[in-house]
Design a protein around this ligand. Structure first.
Ligand code: AMP
Length: 527
């Protein structure tokens, strides 16, 4: 933040809130951040205390990103899409002292307020100065606090780089979410990693629009890195639509943007229905779930928008791999290039990996599967106050639960997660491969392939498919089966294809396979 104030005071953060779009310079953001830090100190926030945020992507959230760690406190970003029970658990587990809450999220927090054990003050991030319920002594207006705050507040200078700076909870397969702590050291080194030419190559020249929420792995670290570099930031705010994103890309000349595949599928539909100038884009960073090959192809060939597939997790800050061709792969044909780029990619500098199968580390032959394990300065080494740490962090490695192959170039491909892999008659089937192939079909909008219990083979794949609206009467189960048939071994083909209106999603837009598995658990037994 100090670097942005010093060297890029006139560069801008464009921020959308409920009140509309406003622009702030880094000089202003710096002053406002110091005011916020001083206000938090006045409210009793001390070094090491957790400051929770329940907010969309906007300038106030960005200010909290620097105010809390800058004063030695911990920025705890809370996923507003989780169930109220999980939100209560998270806030109590983290023992948040103060909560910064967007005004449209406040009703959600207000409902569970009595169950929050540690919170002493609620700061409403609203455009209006006055709060409707100003009688309440633990409710504060963000802008009023800033007005009283001190813009010369000094950030802490003697921080140990290993002190915690951030905290973010991630969903577990079952049970309550697990907290991941980010150190100052991890965040800073991760910023450097985002700036490498062979990863996202983020630079001062960019105009960066993180669509991935700031409550999900710090919007992949982009707000931290962009501020460090003096990059222009475009923060799309609450309840955005694909149209709003397309408009922002055009009007703000966005050069790099980031989000999960669901976002890019939506934007693709929007681009198909409207006419937008997207020529400023140099990279659409896509991660969180596998980027379907058909989608990469559509962006690149039809719209000439370069696509960048990356992989990571909450536990890894998140950047782990980025998929780019090596210089000597330039003479591969277009399909071969796409095949490489649809994989998760190469490990970024600074991290170490190993892939362990049933018989130890797997060969890099693109076929042998094993669990990906990681370590490095921005990989967590435990969950916050959680006994489940032992499962995931063993022998100094994070066990990702992601099953991958590594090809001879060292490029990893996720073939599934441990819990999602389909084991049929003792052999693995990759649901991801079948999903990607289905999603490359022109009539398919979304597809998710799950393991369903089978009396003979233990598990068999069933495909859940959402057809594009205009295709719903035209394409049958048999058509899709005939399309898959030549592309897979017979035993890989789904036992059934179920058409759905929508695939249930997690709070961060990933397919909720657990819910599909529950819905269809007796599907093959009944048939
Ligand atoms: P989260 O902590 O919610 O970000 O989830 C991390 C998990 O999402 C990883 O362990 C992977 O299973 C999955 N994931 C993230 N990025 C990708 C990707 N590019 N392709 C496939 N799966 C991914």
């Amino acid at each position: 933040m100090e670097r942005a104030e010093q060297f890029f005071p006139e560069k801008e953060v464009i921020s959308r809130t409920l009140g509309g779009v406003s622009t702030f310079t880094y000089r202003e953001i710096g002053k406002r951040t110091r005011r916020l830090a001083s206000a938090l100190a006045d409210l009793g926030v001390n070094r090491g205390d957790r400051v929770g945020t329940l907010a969309w992507n906007h300038h106030r959230h960005l200010e909290a990103y620097f105010a809390a760690p800058g004063m030695g406190a911990v920025l705890h970003t809370i996923n507003i899409r989780l169930s109220p029970e999980h939100i209560v658990y998270i806030i109590n587990n983290a023992e948040d002292k103060v909560l910064l809450v967007d005004e449209d999220v406040w009703p959600l927090v207000e409902k569970v307020r009595d169950q929050l054990k540690s919170v002493e003050a609620f700061i409403i991030m609203t455009d209006s100065q006055e709060l409707p319920d100003s009688e309440d002594s633990s409710l504060y207006s963000y802008e009023q606090l800033l007005e009283k705050g001190d813009e010369r507040f000094e950030f802490v200078k003697d921080l140990d780089e290993n002190e915690p700076a951030g905290l973010c909870y991630t969903s577990a397969t079952t049970g309550n979410p697990k907290g991941v702590v980010y150190s100052h050291r991890g965040i800073v080194l991760h910023c450097f990693a985002l700036g490498l030419a062979d990863t996202a190559g983020l630079s001062e020249e960019d105009r960066c629009m993180p669509v991935v929420p700031m409550f999900h792995v710090n919007a992949w670290g982009l707000p931290f890195a962009a501020t460090m570099l003096g990059t222009t930031q475009i923060l799309p705010g609450p309840q955005f639509t694909p149209k709003l994103l397309a408009d922002f890309i055009e009007s703000e000349k966005v050069t790099i943007t980031a989000g999960v595949p669901t976002i890019w599928l939506g934007l693709l539909n929007e681009l198909e229905s409207g006419s937008y100038d997207t020529s400023s884009l140099r990279a659409v960073l896509c991660g969180g779930s596998a980027a379907p090959l058909g989608m990469i192809r559509a962006y690149e060939t039809k719209y000439k928008i370069p696509f960048l597939h990356a992989y990571g997790m909450t536990e890894t800050s998140p950047l782990v791999t980025v998929s780019k061709l090596k210089s000597y792969q330039a003479d591969l044909n277009e399909e071969e290039k796409l095949d490489v780029r649809a994989k998760q990619g190469l490990l970024v500098p600074g991290l170490e990996m190993k892939v362990v199968g049933e018989h130890g580390e797997v060969e890099w032959n693109g076929e042998d599967m094993g669990e990906l394990m990681l370590r490095g300065p921005w990989i967590a080494n435990e969950y916050f106050r959680d006994e489940r740490s032992e499962e995931a962090f063993r022998d100094g490695w994070l066990h990702t639960g992601d099953v991958v192959t590594v090809d001879k170039e060292g490029v990893i491909k996720i073939v599934d997660r441990t819990k999602d892999l389909i084991k049929s008659g003792g052999e693995w089937i990759s649901s991801v491969d079948i999903e990607n192939t289905l999603m490359a079909h022109e009539a398919v909008f979304e597809a998710s392939v799950i393991a369903v219990a089978h009396p003979e083979w233990q598990e068999r794949p069933v495909a859940c498919v959402v057809l594009k609206e205009e295709e719903r009467d035209r394409v049958s189960k048999e058509d899709l089966m005939a399309y898959l048939k030549p592309q897979f071994a017979k035993w890989w083909l789904p036992d059934d294809i179920v058409f759905l209106e929508e695939i249930p999603k997690t709070s961060v837009g990933k397919f909720l396979k657990r819910s599909l598995r529950d819905q269809l658990k007796d599907h093959l037994a009944v048939k």
